[in-house]
Design a protein around this ligand. Structure first.
Ligand SMILES: Nc1ncnc2c1ncn2[C@@H]1O[C@H](COP(=O)(O)OP(=O)(O)OP(=O)(O)O)[C@@H](O)[C@H]1O
Length: 299
């Protein structure tokens, strides 16, 4: 009989999401699973509850929340090299990971996957000391003016919409910096606006930002937006982002690698899956840990 721990963020989601967690719990109990349900209490709570679940011999952990909750759970799983399988129940404001692995907020669908045992092993990235499943993004965050742009992921998300992307351009232009990056034994240097290292191709709800990214290919996709110094070029670039054509733009560097090191003389912030992960210099790589997640996706 498998033991499942449900970790849910009580500040996330609507009343109907909360009822859905109730339904999922009842359905899992009816299927004969042993169940424990714990609400998170704030930062690091999902991380600590996952560590506890691992020590207590749980077989499955279900993260109910947004990408922030999933990220904490993944960090704990990777830290102890856990064999626990991961279920994701998306009730957050941003659920990029769930949408990439095609998980909806239907409790029935997730229970069905769990009962069938349909899982896939996926890559986990490591940025400095923080693990991630979607993306590590770097830029000069402190100077970005918009209150809503709490993190770089939010900026990239807004680029998915041309009108929004154009509004963000002045902030991005004001925040260019010199970036040194090293991979495959070579060092490069450019004036850049932003860069990201993607595990999945879905970032900020936008499907084509890293068009070749696969969550299970053992590689990360690096996208560097260089400084073209001309507003019109940057606007055009963002329009290309919609179709995935941007990766061919001369102001974009796009490559796949297992490991890349970044440094800059400017103070550059990195966030992973929308959470703060530290400042440059930083090495970002595919970690040795892979997580076994409930999903129907085959790629
Ligand atoms: N009980 C709690 N009270 C307040 N904050 C909490 C609580 N539990 C978790 N959190 C915070 O919620 C954040 C994770 O949110 P998550 O991504 O799961 O959902 P979200 O609704 O998308 O939230 P956000 O809009 O902040 O991304 C973490 O920063 C965590 O510290």
């Amino acid at each position: 009989m498998e033991k499942i721990k449900i970790i849910y963020n009580p500040t996330s989601g609507s009343q109907s999401n909360k009822r859905a967690i109730e339904t999922m719990s009842n359905d899992l109990l009816n299927e004969g699973y042993i169940l424990k349900r714990t609400a998170t209490t704030g930062k690091d709570s999902a991380f600590n509850e996952t560590l506890k679940a691992s020590e207590e011999g749980f077989d499955i952990v279900i993260a109910c929340g947004g990408d922030g909750t999933v990220n904490e759970v993944i960090n704990a799983l990777a830290k102890v090299n856990s064999t626990m399988k991961l279920g994701v129940f998306p009730i957050g404001t941003v659920n990029d990971f769930a949408s990439y692995i095609e998980i909806t907020d239907s409790p029935k669908e997730l229970v069905e996957l769990i009962v069938k045992g349909t899982t896939k092993k996926i890559d986990v990235g490591l940025a400095g000391e923080k693990y991630f499943v979607n993306v590590a993004a770097g830029g000069k965050l402190a100077d970005v003016g918009h209150e809503t742009d709490k993190n770089l992921k939010a900026i990239f998300g807004r680029l998915a919409y041309v009108a929004e992307g154009i509004k963000v351009i002045p902030d991005i232009i004001a925040n260019d910096f010199r970036l040194k990056y090293k991979f495959d034994g070579e060092t490069y240097e450019d004036d850049v606006y932003l860069f990201l290292v993607a595990n999945s191709s879905s970032i900020g709800g936008f499907k084509n930002l890293a068009p070749d990214a696969s969550i299970s290919d053992g590689f990360l996709d690096v996208l560097i937006i260089k400084n073209p110094n001309k507003l019109v070029d940057l606007a055009q670039l963002f329009i290309q982002v919609l179709s995935g054509e941007h990766v061919k733009n001369e102001d974009v560097t796009y490559f796949q690698t297992k490991e890349v090191e970044f440094e800059s003389a400017s103070p550059i912030t990195i966030d992973v899956d929308g959470e703060y992960a530290g400042e440059l210099p930083m090495k970002i790589k595919v970690s040795d840990y892979r997580v076994n997640v409930f999903t129907n996706i085959k790629e």
